[in-house]
Structures are given as structure tokens and as C-alpha cells.
Design a protein around this ligand. Structure first.
Ligand SMILES: Cc1cc2nc3c(=O)[nH]c(=O)nc-3n(C[C@H](O)[C@H](O)[C@H](O)COP(=O)(O)OP(=O)(O)OC[C@H]3O[C@@H](n4cnc5c(N)ncnc54)[C@H](O)[C@@H]3O)c2cc1C
Ligand code: SF4
Length: 511
């Protein structure tokens, strides 16, 4: 073959044979490039399992491409950034056009655009057809909206894609939302028997990657001991089938519940497969709809699950594309604290944080409420600089890619954008954690004590936050109710809370 004219870039989270980048592939003139860049693993201090998942999935995808006779250049362990590695290849080959799907990280998108300008080559950056909602549709929806709220976007998506609606666009069973049936704690005795997630044996590629990561990134956080993620499309499909058959039935009711030694609960654990594009969200939603009828599942669980994919996943992606790069800089409360060091090793006396962070380090996974209401809630109440918190989430979860991580962390958990798409900050005291888990049973701290030696740091910081921002909360009808309970706390106790909170905030590393 003469020198290829077009270079098709496939990034580590674009592992889809149906990708827009491959739609018009010409076997005579095109060449695919995939790049393992050390830089990508290190620009945030990534969890070992996250690095291993990306590398194993990429190498398996490369094998699939080769099996299909695609001409592929696969660059292993490049010490250069993705853009610089590309540059070398383009210059060497005299490539005329670079084709890719829009990267899921703004940073990479800009780097590739700059590269094409610098080299004076044509860039064909295509919209990612993985998502239900196009940029244009999202921008249209946003136009003239006073408030950007998931609920209305989600209803539009349901109607547009004819999911759980009748021919007139009315919701199945007359209701858009079944939250009141969902989101219960586990029974007092505990979660009982939960069907375990599907397990996968490591093939030669994965074994090699695990060995490589454990040696090369040995000082990175987290463990590889429990590495059990789908690394191919076939495995991802198996995981989906297994989930809808065995674990979906209790997803809705217990989606917010937490319990020690119950890292996955009834959750799907499909985010990494979807985010790597091994699975398409449409096939996930379709599988859930089929399972609903086949296994006579509750509509509440089915709707609750579909809302996460068709609603939240699409919504946060739309917000990311709309609000970057501002989203990464927002700091509504002007918080400046450093992230406590125990976020990286789990060594804290707070049982809730220890469990959520401990399982995160072990698996690279925690479920939504652990991320939002345990680690996220604490980071907000502890007044941590949003960019430090976002870097932690991006580094530590196997499913973390900036388009989904950042809006969830900065926008939802930290309220860093001042409520652009949430009505009020998601904050809670230890009472919420006590209600939704068994964490408080064996904790050194007491969830209902607001100050003093045994006071729960979450509770102290929660009331401190309300006291500090009282005027702001009371000025807005959306947040006025949040401070209602403050009236029941005497001025003297409020002072003690403030003093105790200062002590905690000055000693975050040792609580
Ligand atoms: C602070 C914070 C950071 C987060 N970071 C990420 C991240 O980096 N990557 C990521 O995929 N999700 C992230 N989420 C969203 C959510 O927590 C994860 O998608 C979910 O925990 C993944 O586990 P699961 O596959 O078992 O999900 P399930 O609970 O089974 O939900 C099903 C699917 O719905 C989607 N979903 C659910 N909630 C959300 C949401 N809020 N936003 C987008 N998609 C959602 C996911 O694709 C998920 O696989 C974050 C949430 C918070 C609060
Ligand atoms: S008492 Fe407070 S710190 Fe301890 S587990 Fe409960 S909420 Fe967490």
C-alpha cells in the first residue's frame, strides 16, 4: 500500500466498530492509529485498575480491528502526549487528513484542533454517534430555558425516542417518575443475598496488561487484586445480559442504599463498558425494556434505570459540551481547602468515608450515592477546592472520563457552578448517612451529635455550612427551606458548631 492519505484516530474511550470515524473507511487509502500514552495515565494520578482497564480494552479492540484486516498502527507506551505522538506519525507519513470522533475530554479536543492548525492538515472531527442526543438537539433544548433541569430534558428524550410513552407522548402508567417507590434503605438486618456481578477470566492480553501496570505504575493509587471489568464488547454484552436477568429487579428500590461490604449492591456496573463505547446506550435501554416484560419487572425499577441512561447520562454530557471550559474553573463558594490525604488511602476514622473510599481503592468503583452523598458531600462541606476534588474523581474511578465526571462532580456534588443545572446544593448531615446505611453503627463518631469530641464531622460541617450560607439560602425560594431547622438550634449551640467546625477544617487530614 502507498502512504495512507487519511489517518483515523481511535481514542481509548472510542472502542466501537460502529464509530462515526470508521463509517467511510477506505482500505486503500486510510490507516487507523491507536495510541497508549503514558501521559494519559499520569496527568491525574490514576487508579491502577483504571489504567489497566483502558489498556486491556484498547489492546483487545486493536486485535478485533486486526482480525477484520483494518490497517492499524498501534503505538504502545508512548512517552509523548497523544497530540505529540500523532504529530510524529503525521509528519513521518505526510498524512493529508486526520479523521476522529470528537474526544470526550475538552483538553484533548483542543489539543487535536491545535495540532491540525499547526501542521496545516485537514481535520475531520465527527460528532459522536454513540449518544442519543446530538449537540444541536441539546443546544435547541437549552435555548430560551430559564432553568436547565434534568426532568424536562428527560421527558423530551422519552418522547423523542418513544421510550415508555404511548403514541400521544404520555408516560407509561401515567407517571414520569417513580422516585417515591425507589431509593429505600436496605432492611435493618441488611441487604440479604444479592446476586453477584458477572465475573471474567483474564486472558493473555489482560494478564500482560495487569503485569505491566503493576510494575510501571506501582506508586499509583488503588489495587489490581479485584480487577474484573469487561474488556471486550462480547464481555460487555454478557455483563448486560446478566444484569438485566439477575440484578435489575432490585435496582430501583435499593439504588440509594449503602451497606458495608456491599460494594456493588444491585447496581449495573455497566458505566465503564458504556463509557469505553463497548456498549451502546440504546442497546442497554432496549435490553432493559425487553427484560421488563420477560421477567415481569416493576415499572419503577425499569423507569428508574432508564432515567439514569436516557436522562442523566445524556444530560450531563450535553452540559459538559455546553459549559466547557468554564465548568472546570467554576468555584461558586470560593473554596480553597486541600483534599484530605485519606481520599487517596482510606485512612480515616469516619466509617462512611473509610468504606466508600476503601472499596473505591479496591475496585475503582463506588455507586452513585456513595460518590454524591458520601465523598462528594464531605468534599463540599469541607470546603475543598473543586479542581482538587474533580482530579480525584477523574483519577480514581474506572468509568471516569471528563465529559461525565466533571458535571457530576463540579456541577452536582460541589455546586461549583452555583446551580446551573441543580436547584440547590446536595448536602446532608450524618442523619442521612445513618438512614441510608449501616456505616454509623461502628463509627467512632455519632451522627446526631453536632459538636464536641464524638460529633460526627459530616453533621458538624453540615450545620456549619448552613450557618455560613444562611443569608444566601434564605434569599432564594429554592433554598429557603434548607435552613428551617437551624431555627431549632440555639445561638449558643450554633456558636459551638462554628468553633468545632473550624477545628475540623483545620485538621482535615486527621479526622
Ligand atoms: C461525584 C460524582 C462523580 C461521578 N463520576 C462519574 C464518572 O466519572 N463516570 C460515570 O460514568 N459516572 C459518574 N458518575 C455517575 C454515577 O455515579 C455512575 O455512572 C455510576 O455510579 C456507575 O455505576 P453503575 O454502572 O453501577 O451505575 P448504575 O447505578 O447501575 O446506573 C446505570 C447507568 O446509568 C448511568 N448513570 C447513572 N447516574 C449517572 C449520572 N449521574 N451521570 C451520568 N450517567 C449516569 C451510568 O452510565 C450507569 O452505568 C458520578 C457521580 C457523582 C455523584
Ligand atoms: S457517624 Fe458520621 S462519620 Fe461516622 S459513619 Fe456516620 S455519618 Fe459517617
Amino acid at each position: 500500500m502507498s502512504k495512507p492519505k487519511r489517518l483515523i484516530l481511535i481514542l481509548g474511550d472510542q472502542l466501537d466498530l460502529q464509530s462515526a470515524a470508521l463509517q467511510d473507511f477506505n482500505f486503500e487509502t486510510d490507516e487507523i492509529i491507536m495510541i497508549e500514552s503514558v501521559n494519559e495515565a499520569q496527568y491525574v494520578w490514576s487508579h491502577k485498575a483504571k489504567i489497566a482497564l483502558f489498556l486491556s480494552a484498547m489492546r483487545h479492540f486493536a486485535k478485533a480491528l486486526k482480525d477484520l484486516q483494518y490497517p492499524l498502527v498501534y503505538i504502545k507506551e508512548s512517552s509523548l502526549s497523544i497530540a505529540d505522538t500523532l504529530k510524529e506519525r503525521i509528519q513521518k507519513q505526510g498524512t493529508q487528513q486526520l479523521v476522529c470522533v470528537e474526544p470526550g475530554e475538552y483538553r484533548l479536543k483542543v489539543a487535536i484542533e491545535r495540532l491540525s492548525q499547526e501542521l496545516g492538515i485537514d481535520l475531520d472531527m465527527r460528532e459522536d454517534n454513540h449518544f442519543y442526543c446530538t449537540h444541536q438537539e441539546f443546544t435547541q433544548w437549552v435555548a430560551n430555558k430559564k432553568e436547565l433541569r434534568l426532568e424536562y430534558f428527560y421527558r423530551l428524550m422519552r418522547k423523542t425516542h418513544q421510550i415508555l410513552v404511548d403514541a400521544d407522548g404520555n408516560p407509561e402508567a401515567g407517571q414520569w417518575n417513580f422516585d417515591q417507590d425507589n431509593r429505600k434503605p436496605y432492611p435493618k438486618k441488611g441487604p440479604g443475598l444479592i446476586d453477584k456481578p458477572l465475573s471474567f477470566t483474564h486472558d493473555a492480553i489482560t494478564k500482560e496488561v495487569l503485569d505491566f501496570v503493576s510494575k510501571t505504575y506501582k506508586d499509583h493509587p488503588g489495587s489490581l487484586d479485584a480487577f474484573d471489568w469487561p474488556v471486550t464488547r462480547e464481555q460487555a454484552l454478557e455483563a448486560l445480559d446478566y444484569f438485566v436477568e439477575y440484578r435489575l429487579r432490585n435496582f430501583g428500590v435499593y439504588q440509594d442504599a449503602m451497606w458495608t461490604d456491599t460494594p456493588f449492591g444491585w447496581h449495573s456496573i455497566l458505566s465503564s463498558s458504556m463509557n469505553l463505547k463497548l456498549l451502546n446506550p440504546r442497546e442497554v435501554v432496549d435490553a432493559v425494556l425487553i427484560a421488563w416484560k420477560k421477567y415481569s419487572l416493576d415499572l419503577a425499577t425499569v423507569e428508574g434505570f432508564i432515567r439514569q441512561i436516557l436522562g442523566w447520562r445524556e444530560f450531563v454530557r450535553g452540559m459538559y459540551c455546553l459549559d466547557m471550559p468554564q465548568m472546570a474553573q467554576d468555584n461558586h463558594y470560593k473554596h480553597t481547602n486541600k483534599l484530605p490525604s485519606w481520599y487517596w488511602n482510606g485512612k480515616t476514622k469516619m466509617a462512611c468515608m473509610k468504606d466508600a473510599i476503601g472499596q473505591t481503592l479496591h475496585y475503582g468503583y463506588a455507586h452513585h450515592i456513595q460518590r454524591l452523598m458520601v465523598t462528594g458531600n464531605f468534599a463540599l462541606l469541607a470546603e475543598v477546592l473543586p479542581s482538587e476534588v474533580c482530579d480525584w474523581y477523574l483519577a480514581i474511578y474506572v468509568d471516569a472520563i471528563e465529559w461525565v465526571e466533571l458535571p457530576n462532580t463540579a456541577g452536582m456534588a460541589l455546586f461549583a457552578n452555583g446551580g446551573r443545572f441543580t436547584s440547590k446544593p446536595y448536602i446532608a448531615s450524618g442523619a442521612y448517612i445513618k438512614r441510608m446505611s449501616n456505616y454509623c453503627n461502628d463509627c467512632k463518631y455519632k451522627p446526631d451529635v453536632r459538636f464536641g469530641e464524638n460529633a460526627c464531622p459530616v453533621t458538624t460541617l453540615y450545620w456549619n455550612f448552613l450557618i455560613k450560607h444562611r443569608n444566601q439560602f434564605e434569599a432564594s425560594p429554592r433554598t429557603r427551606l434548607m435552613t428551617a431547622n437551624l431555627k431549632r438550634i440555639s445561638d449558643e449551640d450554633q456558636q459551638s458548631i462554628t468553633i468545632h467546625a473550624k477545628k475540623i477544617l483545620n485538621n482535615l487530614d486527621v479526622i
